[in-house]
Design a protein around this ligand. Structure first.
Ligand code: IVH
Length: 676
């Protein structure tokens, strides 16, 4: 082969591997199987070894940041790695503090001290130390289990490997952010879209030597499991971290009062462009650990912390078209297809229009010049229309009266709580009768919080659907792998991986299973409540036979809206078939029995009237923490009615008639004393 031909062959291969890298890091798209990728890499390196005249700045032999491998072992976090709720305005912050004060039952002029910490936009990691030695380091993963990336994390200079300090806890998971400085990112610009991708890619290299070549940094800010940590608040913990040899953010501050938080936020936002690391907001954490413990968690985020995101980026563009997307619950969401525009480093070509009312209120039309806003990770939306620039022949947008997917009538439901019609228009067909709804249901079924099937993302659902490989959830477990192997982009290895990840998920917890069904108004929290209530899948399924839907109203947290939605779900024959089919294939574990049998075990409680110095939410938390249950009405199932000031008379009378014990908050708290 001539030198020119060899060079061409070589450059084509380097170009190809870079194409795969870019797809993978910027779009998380894997267009090549791991095995084929490794082969391509090997071919390039072999060519370089054979022909000394071959050189390319983007060769995999020179550059790190290549496709991470899936070799990492998964390890459970002893304490889950949660996410944070977002605040975008002063109002959001005032609400955040109000909720905290309500929960703690403190009056509105009490003040809470917060640790205000700039939120670095990197990759979080959890480092486990035992007797002062770094034992392992995990990525966040899905929050419950992470990947064992110890050897890669160990290459980071900021991460201490041995800590001799006397007061360093016997065991602790030190958690923080891995990131790349903007100045260091400059040399990696061609490979990655942003510093965050670069940090993520290099952390997940097969070979730690590759990770070592990228100047990763680590800043510590919280902890997971701990034994022997002797600090009472976040501020002291951050100070201890630096004493122990960790880097902490020099811009961290202890602040009391929302007005001062805003002042600090404004100051840091002004400094933002001059910082050598990307920050996308400020995290506020209630400083006192005792208060944090009392406040606890809601779903996936702590009640005691919030991320105050930096103000959005705006840009002007033009609406090319308005598309109607159909969601899992049949909601029709209008989406503006806009002339692609770069907003804060991200190319935006879609903006949500929310619903029909929003289009009417703002009179948004195709052809309009609009201001688009992108705030944090939220989907971009249209802020305003420039009426002066509106084309003369423009016409108001007519919202479809029929579902664009299945042709069924679209309806706006009447909301019995707000006594108004919903702003959202919905497809009136039930579940699997509408193709688009079915596809969305399947996407939800495989999603992270539901079945979480590795490698089975939204794109795969769409492509398998088109190929008639899946129509109903049970089809996912009965795939024709021979057929898939013949499809473009699939190889033996990738099919084997897929089969493995699907089979792995045949064992599922009851609460995840309920959530995966995608019943409207049944999110993660409600799925948990239902799973606790029924205990087993067969009892849940029996609802279709025994029609005892009204009993569900006894579950604290479940209301009329949820009960109606569950009723609807069970009245649909197709849903019952799906349940039966899934039952045959899956092993659905029963709801977890409470770990400890606290003193309130098997006891049910209901609160009526205003309590003193303690909120209802906290009472509920205390009851559940001690293995008791709260119910929402007086019935034979109730053991204790806790009364405060001005209780609902009816409840007290009913409780007396049923011989239910009536106690006040002092008596209730005494019941807990015995447990401690
Ligand atoms: S605390 C339960 N502190 O923000 C508390 N997180 O959305 C969880 N982050 O995954 C995290 N700086 O990657 C915390 N000072 C800080 C942080 C911080 C950045 C990231 C972290 C986390 C995400 C939460």
């Amino acid at each position: 082969m001539s030198e020119i031909k060899i060079k061409k062959k070589y450059f084509d291969k380097v170009k190809l591997i870079n194409h795969y890298n870019k797809k993978y890091f910027d779009g998380n798209i894997s267009e090549i199987s791991d095995a084929d990728y490794d082969l391509l890499k090997k071919e390039i390196i072999l060519l370089e070894k054979k022909y000394s005249f071959l050189k390319h700045k983007d060769s995999p032999s020179k550059k790190v940041g290549y496709k991470p491998s899936k070799i990492f072992k998964k390890i459970s976090h002893r304490v889950p790695m949660l996410s944070l709720g977002n605040a975008f305005s002063e109002e959001d912050l005032l609400n955040f503090e109000k909720k905290i004060l309500n929960f703690l039952s403190q009056n509105n002029d009490s003040h809470i001290a917060y640790s205000a910490e700039p939120k670095i936009d990197g990759i979080s990691a959890s480092l486990t130390y035992v007797n002062g030695k770094l034992k392992y380091g995990l990525s966040r993963g899905d929050g419950k289990e992470g990947e064992d990336i110890t050897s890669n994390l160990a290459t980071i200079k900021d991460i201490p490997k041995i800590i001799h300090s006397k007061d360093f806890p016997e065991e602790i998971d030190v958690r923080g952010e891995v990131f790349i400085r903007n100045s260091d990112f400059n040399s990696l610009k061609e490979k990655f879209a942003n510093p965050r991708n670069a940090a993520s890619g290099s952390l997940r290299q097969k070979n730690p030597e590759d990770t070592k070549r990228i100047p990763l940094k680590f800043i510590a800010y919280t902890f997971g499991f701990q034994k022997g940590l002797n600090v009472n608040n976040q501020h002291d913990y951050l100070n201890k971290l630096s004493e122990w040899g960790f880097k902490t953010n020099p811009l961290n501050k202890l602040i009391t009062g929302i007005d001062k938080l805003i002042k600090n936020y404004d100051e840091i936002e002004k400094k933002r462009t001059n910082l050598d690391f990307d920050i996308d907001g400020i995290v506020y954490k209630v400083n006192d650990f005792t208060l944090q413990k009392r406040l606890g968690y809601v779903a996936n985020a702590p009640r005691w912390a919030i991320a105050h995101k930096f103000s959005s980026n705006k840009a002007i563009s033009e609406i090319k078209d308005i598309d109607i997307q159909i969601g899992r619950t049949g909601a029709l969401t209008p989406v503006a297809k806009i002339k692609p525009i770069n907003i804060g480093g991200v190319l935006v070509s879609n903006a949500t229009l929310h619903n029909e009312d929003e289009i009417n209120r703002k009179d948004i039309r195709v052809g309009d010049t609009v201001t688009v806003e992108r705030a944090g990770d939220v989907i971009p939306h249209i802020l305003s229309v420039d009426i002066k620039k509106r084309p003369k022949n423009s016409k108001p947008f007519v919202f479809p009266q029929n579902c664009p997917s299945c042709g069924s009538k679209t309806i706006k439901e009447f909301n019995s709580i707000t006594k108004k019609k919903d702003a959202v228009r919905r497809c009136s067909s039930e579940g699997y009768d509408c193709d688009k709804i079915s596809i969305e249901k399947l996407k939800h079924f495989v999603s992270k919080e539901a079945f979480n099937i590795d490698g089975f993302g939204k794109k795969i659902v769409e492509s398998f659907w088109k190929l008639n490989l899946i129509k109903f959830p049970q089809d996912i477990f009965l795939l024709d792998y021979k057929k898939i192997e013949k499809l473009e982009g699939w190889g033996k290895l990738s099919v084997e991986n897929l089969r493995h990840s699907i089979n792995e998920k045949k064992n599922i917890s009851f609460e995840r299973f309920i959530y995966a069904l995608g019943i409207r108004h049944i999110g993660l929290e409600n799925a948990k409540l239902l799973s606790k209530y029924f205990g087993t899948f067969s009892k849940f399924k029996d609802l279709s036979k025994n029609n005892k839907f009204n009993e569900l109203m006894n579950i604290d947290g479940i209301g009329e809206t949820q009960v109606n939605s569950i009723k609807n779900f069970f009245s649909n024959k197709m849903n019952l078939i799906v349940l039966n089919e899934l039952e045959k294939i899956l092993s659905i574990s029963n709801a977890l029995k409470k770990r400890k049998k606290g003193l309130l075990n098997n006891k049910t409680f209901l609160v009526t009237g205003k309590l003193n110095g303690i909120s209802r939410a906290e009472v509920k938390f205390l009851i559940e923490e001690n293995s008791g249950t709260t119910v929402s009405g007086v019935s034979k199932k109730l053991n204790y009615l806790i009364i405060g000031e001005k209780p609902t008379k009816r409840k007290v009378i009913n409780a007396r008639e049923l011989n239910i014990k009536i106690i006040d908050q002092v008596q209730f708290l005494k019941m807990l004393d015995k447990t401690s």
